[in-house]
Design a binder for this molecule. Structure first.
Ligand SMILES: Cc1cc2nc3c(=O)[nH]c(=O)nc-3n(C[C@H](O)[C@H](O)[C@H](O)COP(=O)(O)OP(=O)(O)OC[C@H]3O[C@@H](n4cnc5c(N)ncnc54)[C@H](O)[C@@H]3O)c2cc1C
Length: 327
């Protein structure tokens, strides 16, 4: 390995959480392997993100600054990333593995003729060469990927990496990138942006998640989950079955094809614990499951299991907690 380049994605002038995680991993790996760490920032104004990336340990930051990069547009962003990849010569390119990061990682790898590994949760060094670890078969097994090309683009699964701890006293160099990009290169265009209405805590950021599944039997009981979540200062989540049934919006889905959460407490109510659901809660510290089937797989993951009909447990639990917090 010669050099690591991290895509330091930003929003509103600040690095995103998944970008901080990518920088954290980049810094650790660079330190262990004794190679330089650099970063690339894109946008209409790159000063703030560039300073932040240096504070997070990047020795060099490639700044692709252009007014038409003000909003995320993958076709245009790729041009900036290509320019950074050419300028740096890095052979390991680390990406935050959120939606935009995953899309850019795959497309950039294709353009560079590099290997691509997504959903990476860890690495190990083998004679100075990083091998990438990612879950497969819905989290039932781990696969280790060795690079088969000179370069590899790696997207890290969010919430699985320790974020970089910024130190504003760190020094680094900002290298402005000269690159051509025009709106005409975009094969799609953003027609409208709709801000999702959000009351309370974001699911991905919540320290407590109260999640419901098909076992709830319909949309109505989710109101009771909302109340429990409110008392605990948390957010409501759901299994795919509950989302597919239209009981709650798909944005609440937790799992392999939904949100990846890492709360201190995850309460799974009427959720069987399919591997695809568990893939979304591997970072949860404590899991409490309420399920009437003692054989439900969720109990293998749960720290505390209550074998019962949720209809008897939930009102009692909510009432007790209300008393405790004085709600
Ligand atoms: C490619 C792929 C991706 C997927 N991605 C996801 C994903 O991201 N997230 C996800 O969740 N799933 C995902 N799935 C679906 C997954 O395989 C399961 O089908 C789904 O998680 C099941 O949801 P569930 O646990 O709510 O329902 P079920 O498996 O039907 O479980 C319902 C549970 O409720 C219990 N129950 C019933 N009545 C009560 C009661 N009164 N009180 C207490 N307990 C009760 C039952 O005992 C049962 O264990 C994916 C599947 C595939 C193939």
């Amino acid at each position: 390995m010669r050099e690591i380049l991290v895509y330091a994605a930003s929003q509103g002038g600040e690095l995103t959480k998944p970008a901080l995680e990518a920088l954290g991993t980049g810094r650790r790996l660079a330190g262990e392997a004794g190679v330089p760490l650099s970063a690339v920032v894109l946008g209409a104004d790159t000063d703030g993100p560039a300073r932040a990336a240096i504070a997070c340990g990047a020795g060099k930051v490639y700044a692709a600054r252009n007014p038409i990069l003000a909003n995320f547009q993958p076709d245009l962003y790729l041009r900036g990333l290509e320019a950074a990849a050419a300028a740096s010569g890095a052979d390991v390119l680390l990406f935050p593995g959120d939606g935009p990061g995953r899309e850019l990682a795959g497309r950039l790898a294709h353009r560079l003729g590099a290997g691509a590994v997504t959903e990476v949760v860890g690495y190990r060094l083998d004679g100075g060469v990083p091998l990438w670890v990612r879950p497969v078969y819905g989290g039932k097994a781990m696969a280790v990927y060795a690079p088969a090309r000179e370069r590899v683009v790696v997207a890290l699964r969010p919430k699985t990496q320790d974020p970089a701890v910024p130190d504003p006293s760190r020094q680094g160099e900002v290298v402005p990138l000269a690159f051509e990009v025009s709106e005409a290169e975009a094969v799609t265009r953003v027609v409208e942006k709709i801000q999702e209405a959000l009351s309370g805590v974001r699911l991905e950021d919540a320290r407590v998640v109260v999640a419901g599944g098909r076992g709830l039997g319909g949309p109505e009981p989710f109101k009771d989950l909302e109340e429990l979540a409110r008392i605990l200062g948390g957010a409501v989540g759901a299994s795919r079955a509950a989302c597919d049934a239209g009981w709650v919006p798909p944005t609440l889905q937790v799992g392999q094809t939904g949100a990846i959460v890492a709360p201190d407490l995850y309460i799974a109510i009427g959720i069987s614990g399919a591997s695809q659901h568990l893939a979304g809660i591997s970072g949860a510290k404590t899991v409490i499951a309420i399920n009437k089937d003692p054989e439900a797989p969720i109990f293998k993951r749960a720290n505390l299991g209550i074998v019962a009909d949720y209809k008897t447990v939930l009102p009692a639990l909510t009432a007790e907690l209300k008393k405790l917090v004085g709600a």
